[in-house]
Design a protein around this ligand. Sequence first.
Ligand code: ATP
Ligand code: MG
Length: 502
Amino acid sequence: MQNMSRTSPREYDIVPPEPAALIESLRSVGYTLPAAVADIIDNSIAAGAKNIRVTFHWAGKESYVLILDDGCGMTEDELRNAMKPGSRNPLEERRPEDLGRFGLGLKTASLSQCRNLCVASKTAKGALNVRTWDLDALINCPEWRLLLQPPSAAGAAIKKLEAMPKGSAVIWSALDRLIGDEQAGDAVAHARFNDAIDHVREHLGLTFHRFLEDRSVKLFLNEKSVPPWNPFMRDGRTPSSLTPEEFIQFGKSGVTFQGFVLPHKDALTEEEFQKNRGPRGWTAQQGFYVYRNKRLLVYGDWLRLGRPSAWTREEHYRLARIRLDILNDADAEWHLDVKKSTARPPVLIRERLTDLAENVRANARSVFAHRGKYGRRPPTTTNTERPWLSVVRENRRVYSINRDHPTVQAVMSAFPGKSPELTALLRLLEETVPVEQIWLDTAEQSRDHAPPYAGIEFTIIKADMRRVVEFLVKSGINRATAIERLRSIEPFDRYPKLINEL
Ligand SMILES: Nc1ncnc2c1ncn2[C@@H]1O[C@H](COP(=O)(O)OP(=O)(O)OP(=O)(O)O)[C@@H](O)[C@H]1O
Ligand SMILES: [Mg+2]
């Protein structure tokens, strides 16, 4: 060997990375706390765990986070390998139900939140083994020293695991990103810690909702079971409407598409409206929900699809939510990232996805725009008579006042000699509808604008209703029928109780 190096030119240098420097950089991959916890739970689910217990233990600087599962566990060799950054090649084929890809998550997710990562694990047949990465022990150390001893924070968890037939425990301590130097008695820091737990609960309930709903996994956070949050509103008094499932094949893989249009706010109780708004609120929750093996990766995103330019999240599409199920054999095509929080559709299927999504968006828009198309009001046999019509004139959309609307007709007939003036007034209103202003106001304020007659006294609404009834009676309809007809005339149809009182 020495001889060879004297005779042949040197072909390479060996440059092992500085452990402390590399890990410090890896810490900044950009995980949020909820995404980091989800990444650890992915491993538990992939290991066949049925019960996963997450504990956030508050003790100031001594606080720790524990994720304990009853999955298959790891032998000592497997554990040692699992702690290695890059424990598996991302190009390797994985079992279809495996949630991993990069051989990094356990390390990057954990160390993004803490300076001490301890994993204890045991298989059904083997003994319990422990390994620890302690970033402070790596400082000024040129070797990748994986410790055999647990930190004191791991003691309780290891005891729990010892009492189980098999499983794994991941313990994060020295939580510098979450806590810093605060004492256990620091109320503000404690409240912040509790807020963080709430965010984690919300994120886990959404990310793993399909596992929780089909009861393949039970997930507990500080001993309380995590409630699933389903974005598609298929239960309840007013379920969403849905498109048939469509499988789009590309290469050896494929994706399943299903679109949902959620009910209009009018059809929901305040409680239902709040419950289904989602972590980010109605407008931000619109778009695609991409699942990989039932696990949610990305949500509330139009995935840069759209024509002629990429769609953005807009108020009037807020009722559109689309489910995409992808398989883990096309991770590279979907540009999956280590954090499992981005995915971009492969070029081959973008057109088809855009076509299908366009259809769902159009339906969602019409449900959103036609207040009360869905709702608590009794069904009517005749079509609703709307005061405004949306029509296309010379390729441009214009809004015209419906000349057949009974209120308009009543005014027209009350001033028979003034027809040109009245027509001019209607035309003025139609030609100057402040569409852009309305659009800007609704987009900016993210709040719903006032429904017709909101805040106006009932006596005034009733007087307006009576005027229409009088007109209908004059035109030869009997009074009872005229009153009934109000139920299909917008906006009076929104007030069935007042109609009953006429
Ligand atoms: N809770 C666990 N139970 C059993 N095995 C585990 C557990 N956590 C991790 N492992 C093993 O450790 C390996 C490394 O996990 P890690 O999360 O770092 O990478 P990965 O899951 O393979 O890929 P990814 O980076 O995409 O998450 C896993 O492939 C698995 O074999
Ligand atoms: Mg993983």
